[in-house]
Structure formats: structure tokens, C-alpha cells
Design a protein around this ligand. Structure first.
Ligand code: DGJ
Length: 730
């Protein structure tokens, strides 16, 4: 009996406790706090044996078991670094191809790997894999951003077979994450209701996040998620992976709880209607999947991504941004030179840096007087702007502010000269009737001539108006009836559309490296780190209702930093201008109102708020974000930004419920301050004529006190939003 027991124990230990075997190779991809460890068996199969906290002693990775669970991996590749289809695989593949000879299987064996320091604190590991039966290679790239704890991962595929190889699935990333339980927070929405979170436990089998919309790809579901291990995600505790695919087109992210109850994650371009014919000697490079692992909750994961984005991704991520006055909600399509020049003066009076002229300034044969006509005809409308854009630029500048414009260069109206001249530039099926999204169609950016046209439109305007200070780049339609009249490979359209867009953006950025560009897609229909390589900021939603925005901005803040988040004060919502201003301050502030309609106090408040903003904006844009009280589960929301030196902080709190006596009932514990430092708290954005109870007695608090005991911002029905400036001092 004793013998059998010992035998049983030793068998199960064999199953779970087999560390590296002689001949195994270990590849550790590490950041300051995270490690992704790949083990290559002596048979050449590369698998993931660890994703999580970095171990202090690198030699300990050899002790890690091949998989951490009891049970049998029949294939020995459930945890493959890049699961090939068609052979012994039983689960979701990362790669599915049909070789030149028609063989639908692949095998990928390790060849070698190399590690390079590609920038200060950035290490790139490349793992070379090859099919033993075919001249077919895959390279896996892992860029580890040491200080920011972010890993950027992508793949490339190349072959020298005799003919084209059909790529049916070609993921960017294939990860393996062992835990007891998995909780996925994904986001969904639609126009004006972007980024609604939903947290679900992952059960055995597959959960897929994806989009098939082509252009305005994130309209229903953005490619960003939070994955929490063992227990639901919390703000400051627990293991969380925040992930996002840097691709502005159709994507697919699969979560598969495998038979061992480990989690397999596969992310990349959506294979839907996108078979890719790869010619010999050509390389197919997939977009990057980005992730960060935190063992201090969602908060740390967000701060990692924000730091990474500011430093390594978003143009001028650590630079400046312009406050602006936009005319969209003030005038819609109904304006002329006189109206606009009056608005410049209003902008100056308010104190913003720039005036942004929105939709409606162009097209003559089919004037853009509503959203049915004119897209594609990017010439100034002679009736509205007889003296052209140049005149407006000068007028704005002589009023003392810069001038920027709205463009939607990827689109075409059925009623436009462009459509008449180049029907084959339009994405549509010849034998299907046209179907419109916002009354418009999408240009075929997979066509190099269309790429040149789009580049030419933007470059032409900037060449003619060299001091133009800003472009808002909109994208309001999805792709229906996906078909290119000129692309020899119809199934490349979705992929080559995005590649075409990126080519245009690369060229524009090479010539105009510092131009501020707003990424807009009828709101947040295209917010991803593929596009944010080129754009300085994004428009989260057309919904600018102050209350709604607290939620929308909160949810974007999981992934994107405040410096890139455009928040405008508009007439949506019935909250006071103070409330709407306080909300818009948590990012890149702007206005879309008729300034002349503000009463005396509202104007004075707004002018003062802009001055305060200019003083404190660096803390909001470049500080660390701490989400203190969630509006999702409380009747208030509270958000803190702390400067890197911990000498300043900006603290925003809002009432989001409206039941009797709701408000901040108790002190809120701050985070991220220096416990050793002393701080003063001053209420700013105090409305003219009202008094701040907080400013009455100026006390000094230690960081330790504020983080242990906390402070009550006194939010209630009479003080629905409170902005506090925290400064080091005695
Ligand atoms: C959609 C954008 O989200 C709005 O801000 C505005 O620019 C309109 N398009 C203009 O058509």
C-alpha cells in the first residue's frame, strides 16, 4: 500500500514538477518587474513556461515546470510560443498556412535567438523558428521596455517555397498564462457611448474579442482588455495583464481556457476575409501586441502603459499640447468668414491657443452643407470662404491664436467630383447596391494612387498654409461591401487598407514631425496604439455630457494617458459649466461652445480655469494617474494625478449619483505621494461668488497622513465637482 502511494506521488510529481531537462534552452525576456520565459525542448519545440513576476535569480527559471497543472498535454504544445496548425495541435492556432504544394500543416522548430539593446532601456529578443520540411520561417520579436514594464510583441513570416503560400491565420502574439481563475474586462460601445466595461470569468473554451468593421474598427469593441488572474481585477492589488493590439483595422483576440485550465491568448489581425498570399522571399510583418503585467492591480498596469506611451509611442508624448476652441457644435455646417473671424476673437478672449475649423469648409460642385455631399473635394467652398483658408489662417493669427482644420481624407461622398472622376478608387462591390454609413463611402487605401491622393490633399493644404497649426483627422464610415477594383488580391483589402493608411501617415510624419494631429473617428472609433504612433491625441467620444464623460474618460484611462485624451467643454449635458470644465481638465482641454453666449460669471470662470490649467497641465499630462474612487460602484468619482517628483498633484472629484445626501461621506485616501513630504491643499476652479470650505483654513498635511487617513474633498449636491491642487510646502 505504502509502495503504491509513493509510486502515485512520484508519478504526479513527474507530471507537474519537471524543470528544464538536459539540453533544454531557456530564453528569458525581462523588464524591471516582469518576465516572459520561453523554454526550448531538446526536440526544438519552443514553449512558454512563465509569464508574470520576474524572479530575482535568473537561474531559478530552470526549475519552472513545463506546465503548472496536473493533467496531460497530449500534444506538448498547448503552451507553444506560436502554435502551428495542421499537425498535432488540438487547440486554437497562431499560424495556419497552406504551403505552395497544398500541404495545410506547419511545424515550427527553434533555430536560434538573439538579443539586442535597441535603445536606452529597450531590449529586443528575436526568436528564429523554421519548419523542418519547408523553407518557411517565422521570427518572433519581443521588445522589452525595462523601466515601463511593457512588452511589445510581433511576428514576421517569410518563405522561399516555389510558389505563393496562403496565410490563413498569422497572429502577432501567442501567450500562455497559468492561474486558477481568469477574469476578463473587455469594453464595448457604439457612437457616443464608447468604452463600457464588462468583467466576466473565463470558462473552459474560447472567448473572442474581434472586429470586422474595417476602418472605424473599434466602434463596437476596442482592441484593449484587462485580464485579472485568480480574482476579479482591483485597482491597487492583484495580478493584472493589460493588453492592446496596435492595429487600426480588423483584429481578433482569443482567450482559450485549455484542458489544463491554463489560459492561452492569441492576438492579431482578424483572419476574417483576409487570406494573405505570401510570395516567395517577401516578408509579412504582423502588427504589435502590447502588454504589461502588474501585481499591484489595474492602477499599476495603467501607469506602466501611460509611461510607455508618453516616452516611446505617442508623438511629443512628453511635450506640449494646444488648448483650442472648435466650431463644430457652435455652428455645425452653417458658417461663413464673418462668423468664423468673430469666433477667433472669442477664442482669444477665452484664452485658448488655437481655433479649430471643423467639417463643412470645402467642396463646390456639391457643397458640403450637410453630411451627404462633398467628401473628397478638398477645395475651399467659395461661398462660405471666398478668400480661402490662407485668409482665415492670417485672420486667426492676427487675432492672436493659431488656426487648424478638420479633414476626413479617407472618405468620399457619393455626390462628389472625386467619386465622379475615380469610381474605381471607392470600396464597393460592382454587383451590389451601395450601402452607406453616415451617407458616405470609403476610399480604397490599398491602392497606391489613393495613398498618393490622400497624402497630396494633406500635404497640399500644409504647403499652401505653412503656419496651419493643427489637423483633426476624422473617419466616420465603416467598410461595407468590401472589394477593391484595383487590388489583384481581393482578400488583402482589409490588411492593405491599414498598411496604406500607415504609409500615408509615415510620409506625413517624416515631413511634418511636430504637427499636432487629432485622431477622431466619429468619436472613439479608432483608438489604438497603431494609429497613436502618428497622432498626438485622440477624440474619445462625441458624447461630451459632463457626467457621461467621467465614465468614458475613466475607461480610456486604463490604457491611454491624459496628454492624448481630448476633452472638450460643450453644451451637451445639463451640468454647470464648472462641472463640465472640471471634467474636461482631466486630459487635453478644449472648448466647443458659443463663447458669446456665456454670461459674465461663466466667462470669468472659464478664463480663470484656462489660466489654472496652463499652470497645472503638466501634472495632469505627465503625472502618474491614481483612480481613487470608481464611478462604476460609487456615487462619486475621484481621480488623482501625481507629478513624477511627487511635489505636485491634481485631484478631481465628482458627484455621479443624485440620491439624497449622496457625496463624499468620508476622507478619501490619496496615493502616490511621498509619505515624508508635507503638502498644502488648495481648491481651484472655485466658481465666482462661491466660497471654498477647503480654502478657509490652510493646513499642512504629511504625505503619510493623506495616504493613511485621507482627506474629504467635500463633494455633495451643492459641490458637485471639486478640483484640488496639492503642492509640496510647509
Ligand atoms: C464626427 C466627429 O466626431 C465630430 O467631432 C465632428 O468633427 C463631425 N464628425 C463632423 O462631421
Amino acid at each position: 500500500m505504502k509502495f503504491f502511494l509513493l509510486l502515485l506521488i512520484s508519478i504526479s510529481l513527474n507530471v507537474i514538477a519537471n524543470g528544464a531537462a538536459p539540453g533544454d534552452t531557456q530564453i528569458a525576456i525581462e523588464t524591471q518587474h516582469t518576465a516572459l520565459v520561453i523554454r526550448v525542448s531538446k526536440d526544438g519545440d519552443p514553449t512558454i513556461i512563465h509569464l508574470g513576476k520576474r524572479l530575482q535569480n535568473g537561474a531559478d527559471y530552470a526549475l519552472l515546470p513545463d506546465n503548472e497543472k496536473h493533467g496531460e498535454d497530449y500534444t506538448k504544445i498547448y503552451n507553444s510560443v506560436y502554435t502551428p496548425a495542421g499537425g498535432r495541435n488540438l487547440l486554437e492556432p497562431a499560424l495556419q498556412v497552406s504551403h505552395a504544394d497544398g500541404n495545410p500543416s506547419s511545424d515550427l522548430k527553434y533555430v536560434r535567438h538573439e538579443t539586442q539593446n535597441v535603445a536606452d532601456g529597450v531590449v529586443l529578443t528575436t526568436v528564429f523558428l523554421k519548419d523542418p520540411q519547408y523553407p518557411f520561417e517565422v521570427k518572433l520579436y519581443y521588445k522589452a521596455y525595462q523601466k515601463e514594464d511593457v512588452i511589445e510583441q510581433w511576428s514576421s513570416i517569410r518563405h522561399t517555397e516555389k510558389k505563393t503560400v496562403r496565410l490563413q491565420k498569422y497572429a502577432s502574439a501567442n501567450l500562455y498564462i497559468p492561474a486558477q481563475h481568469y477574469y476578463l474586462t473587455h469594453f464595448h460601445g457604439d457612437w457616443a457611448r464608447e468604452m463600457n466595461p464588462e468583467e466576466i470569468p473565463l470558462t473552459a473554451g474560447l472567448k473572442v474579442l474581434d472586429t470586422k468593421l474595417g476602418t472605424r474598427a473599434d466602434l463596437f469593441q476596442p482592441p484593449s482588455f484587462l485580464l485579472s488572474l485568480n480574482k476579479p481585477a482591483e485597482e491597487e492589488t492583484g495580478e493584472v495583464i493589460a493588453g492592446t493590439l496596435a492595429w487600426s483595422g480588423n483584429y481578433q483576440i482569443q482567450f482559450e481556457v485549455d484542458p489544463l485550465r491554463n489560459l492561452r491568448l492569441i492576438a492579431g489581425i482578424n483572419p476574417y476575409a483576409s487570406e494573405y498570399m505570401l510570395a516567395p522571399d517577401k516578408e509579412f510583418v504582423t502588427p504589435a501586441f502590447l502588454f504589461t503585467y502588474s501585481n499591484a492591480g489595474k492602477g499599476q498596469a495603467s501607469r506602466n502603459l501611460h509611461r510607455w506611451a508618453r516616452k516611446h509611442r505617442i508623438p511629443q508624448g512628453e511635450g506640449n499640447r494646444l488648448t483650442l476652441l472648435n466650431n463644430w457644435e457652435a455652428t455645425y455646417f452653417d458658417f461663413n468668414e464673418e462668423k468664423l473671424t468673430a469666433l477667433f476673437k472669442d477664442g482669444k478672449k477665452l484664452g485658448v491657443d488655437l481655433f479649430l475649423l471643423d467639417d463643412g469648409w470645402f467642396a463646390n460642385k456639391y457643397p458640403r452643407n450637410d453630411d451627404h455631399t462633398g467628401l473628397g473635394d478638398w477645395q475651399e467652398n467659395k461661398q462660405k470662404l471666398p478668400h480661402g483658408l490662407g485668409y482665415l489662417v492670417k485672420e486667426a493669427e492676427s487675432a492672436g491664436i493659431k488656426f487648424g482644420i478638420w479633414l476626413e481624407p479617407e472618405m468620399v461622398s457619393p455626390k462628389s467630383e472625386l467619386y465622379e472622376k475615380h469610381p474605381d478608387w471607392v470600396i464597393k462591390l460592382p454587383n451590389r447596391s451601395e450601402y452607406y454609413f453616415r451617407n458616405q463611402l470609403v476610399l480604397d487605401l490599398s491602392n497606391p494612387k489613393v495613398q498618393d491622393f490622400v497624402y497630396g490633399v494633406v500635404d497640399g493644404i500644409l504647403t499652401k498654409n505653412p503656419t496651419l497649426g493643427y489637423i483633426k483627422w476624422d473617419c466616420n464610415a465603416v467598410i461595407y461591401n468590401a472589394f477593391s477594383a484595383t487590388n489583384p488580391n481581393p482578400s488583402h483589402l482589409f490588411i492593405e487598407y491599414v498598411q496604406g493608411l500607415y504609409k500615408v501617415m509615415e510620409k506625413l510624419r517624416a515631413k511634418y514631425p511636430t504637427l499636432p494631429l487629432m485622431l477622431c473617428s466619429g468619436g472613439g472609433g479608432r483608438v489604438d496604439y497603431g494609429a497613436l504612433k502618428y497622432f498626438t491625441e485622440f477624440w474619445p467620444s462625441d458624447n461630451t455630457d459632463g457626467l457621461e464623460r467621467i465614465f468614458i474618460q475613466w475607461n480610456y484611462s486604463y490604457f491611454f494617458p491624459a496628454i492624448a485624451t481630448c476633452n472638450h467643454i460643450t453644451d451637451w449635458g445639463k451640468q454647470s459649466i464648472k462641472f463640465r470644465t472640471d471634467v474636461a481638465m482631466m486630459g487635453k482641454m478644449g472648448y466647443d461652445i458659443v463663447v458669446s453666449k456665456l454670461d459674465e460669471k461663466e466667462l470669468a470662470f472659464s478664463q480663470q480655469a484656462l489660466q489654472t490649467y496652463n499652470r497645472v497641465k503638466d501634472v495632469i499630462w505627465k503625472g502618474d494617474l491614481f483612480r481613487l474612487v470608481s464611478p462604476q460602484t460609487n456615487d462619486i468619482a475621484s481621480v488623482l494625478y501625481v507629478s513624477e517628483k511627487q511635489d505636485k498633484a491634481m485631484w478631481f472629484s465628482y458627484l455621479v449619483g443624485n440620491r439624497y445626501r449622496e457625496g463624499s461621506q468620508a476622507p478619501i485616501k490619496l496615493r502616490g505621494l511621498n509619505p515624508e513630504k508635507n503638502y498644502k491643499i488648495l481648491e481651484v476652479n472655485v466658481y465666482p461668488g462661491s466660497n471654498s470650505p477647503i480654502n478657509r483654513n490652510q493646513m499642512v498635511y504629511s504625505g503619510d497622513y493623506l495616504m493613511t487617513v485621507g482627506f474629504n474633498p467635500s463633494v455633495d449636491a451643492r459641490r458637485q465637482s471639486v478640483v484640488l491642487e496639492i503642492t509640496e510646502g510647509n
